[in-house]
Design a protein around this ligand. Structure first.
Ligand SMILES: Cc1cc2nc3c(=O)[nH]c(=O)nc-3n(C[C@H](O)[C@H](O)[C@H](O)COP(=O)(O)O)c2cc1C
Ligand SMILES: O=C(O)C(=O)c1ccccc1
Length: 387
């Protein structure tokens, strides 16, 4: 078996024979522990932590364990193609880098390092609104990376339009509007440290460089950083919005529009009716509601409701290639990788992210083959047994 993606395995074994180990661990739980050991405790707590007792985050993982993949044999899977069709173009793999705020907490190069890994692998980066490096800096550092922009929709029209203009001007192809974080959740790991990165000016690059935001400040951010943080927290989001608000974005964004953070079939129907081109089934990695439904379980209900009317993407709990196969089999077109790439970033910058992506894609390629498939599109729920 030799396709591009499974080739990473072969490369690791060949290097091993020559006396070299892989640059970082290939196991996701060891990766998390290794990252913890190199990160500041408050940064690790913010990234690894979740809402409340963190039951939702655990449920996300448990749901993958409750779905078993059934191996198939003798089906000629010698030639495989991981590419998928999305919004009329092809992506090399069914994987994206999820929007994660303040990547500067994990590595000084933050989103720039992640974008360079995106450039190297062809895996699109979804840049968070609350990034450590600005829309422009990321585009300039990785001009050939496929870039999407994630919007936390501010409660100010000028600022919203300015962010959208900047995303267009810097060739971000797709807009992902995150709907499930209109309130900051109860997160004990951060609360116990009194630590929110944004209050320490991490993750505000897009605001501090934005003319509309600066116009809304009583004093320049340089002389009054606390005032800038205060204004940011007032403008950050708007809990009064409804489905009737979405057409505004549809009107002002001319590319594909994706709504992220949907778990209820009724919300999925509303998203399709509002004009979205795709949705992301996600519970924000368990960071918003405690005691919540596992995202993978929500995926099944959402696909049943709207799978024939829209494109469904998925995140929350993806750690391995096998997890990815399960989500694709349940109807996701592609998955967004969250915490694991941030751990790779913490350990080795661009190289660390590339390692995590190549490892996951190699295992995805192998799992696809061993379940008897040559392409992601060939997967369906019959590959799974609920255990
Ligand atoms: C540290 C951290 C910051 C995040 N920041 C954002 C963000 O700025 N915008 C957003 O839409 N989602 C954000 N998310 C959620 C991710 O996009 C994604 O939904 C989540 O990480 C998936 O869960 P997983 O990492 O456990 O797989 C963040 C997640 C983490 C872990
Ligand atoms: O931490 C998060 O998950 C997140 O997306 C966020 C972003 C800005 C403010 C608060 C939370």
């Amino acid at each position: 078996m030799s396709t591009l993606y499974a080739g990473y395995q072969d490369q690791i074994y060949r290097s091993g024979t020559a006396g070299r180990r892989p640059p970082f661990t290939t196991d996701h739980s060891r990766l998390e522990r290794a990252a913890r050991d190199v990160m500041a405790p408050q940064a690790y707590g913010y990234i690894a932590g979740a809402a409340g007792s963190e039951a939702t985050m655990r449920a996300n993982r448990a749901a993958f364990d409750h779905h078993g993949l059934v191996p198939r044999v003798l089906r000629d899977v010698s030639e495989r193609d991981l590419s998928i069709e999305l919004f009329g173009s092809r992506l090399p793999t069914p994987l994206l880098l999820a929007p994660v705020g303040a990547l500067g907490l994990a590595h000084p190069d933050g989103e720039i390092a992640a974008a360079r890994a995106a450039e190297e692998t062809g895996v699109p980066l979804v840049l968070s609104t609350v990034s450590s490096h600005s829309i422009e800096e990321v585009a300039a550092a990785a001009p050939r990376a496929r870039r999407w922009f994630q919007l936390y929709w501010p409660n100010d029209t000028e600022l919203t339009l300015s962010l959208l203009e900047r995303a267009v001007a810097n060739r971000y192809e797709v807009l992902v509007v995150t709907l499930d974080a209109f309130a900051l959740a109860w997160r004990p790991r951060d609360l116990d440290r009194g630590y929110l990165p944004f209050h320490r000016l991490h993750g505000l690059a897009n605001y501090l460089t934005d003319p509309a935001f600066r116009h809304l400040l009583p004093k320049p951010a340089e002389t009054d950083p606390a005032g800038a943080v205060q204004r940011w927290s007032e403008l950050f989001n708007d809990a009064s919005r409804t489905w009737a608000s979405i057409p505004f974005l549809r009107e002002h964004w001319h590319g594909p529009l994706v709504l992220k953070g949907i778990c209820h079939p009724g919300d999925a129907r509303a998203a399709v009716d509002s004009g979205a081109d795709a949705i992301v089934v996600s519970n924000h990695g368990g960071r918003q509601i405690d005691g919540g439904v596992a995202a993978l379980d929500a995926l099944e209900a959402v696909v049943a409701a709207v799978g024939d009317r829209t494109t469904v993407l998925f995140d929350s709990g993806i750690r391995t290639g096998a997890d990815t196969v399960k989500a694709l089999a349940l109807g996701a077109r592609a998955v967004l990788l969250g915490r694991p790439y941030v751990y790779g970033l913490a350990l080795g910058g661009t190289k660390g992210v590339i390692h995590v992506l190549r490892g996951l894609l190699a295992e995805l390629d192998l799992t696809l083959a061993m379940t008897g498939h040559r392409t992601p599109a060939a997967l369906d729920p019959s590959v799974l047994v609920r255990t």
